[in-house]
Design a protein. Structure first.
Length: 84
């Protein structure tokens, strides 16, 4: 399975820990998850400016459209950097 295979299992309050090359760790807390149609995703909301530090993860999900060669939905995980 690919790295985001289990992404849809994340829920509000879950933590994502990102390790740097010096083994420094940043802890992000999931604030919400959303599914959007691939042709009607709110790109500005997903990738736009935000006043807080966060990590946004996105992957394809839903039914695979053979003609378009992609899945019909996008699954987005929104997070905020933990201060703990």
């Amino acid at each position: 399975p690919a790295v985001f295979y289990d992404l849809e299992k994340l829920e509000k309050g879950d933590q994502i820990i990102v390790h740097g090359k010096d083994d420094d760790a940043l802890r992000f807390v999931v604030t919400k998850t959303e599914k959007y149609p691939r042709n009607d995703s709110p790109v500005d909301d997903i990738f736009g400016f935000n006043y807080s530090s966060g990590l946004t993860l996105i992957t394809c999900t839903g039914e695979f459209n053979r003609k378009a060669k992609t899945h019909e939905e996008r699954f987005v995980v929104y997070t905020e950097l933990s201060q703990e």
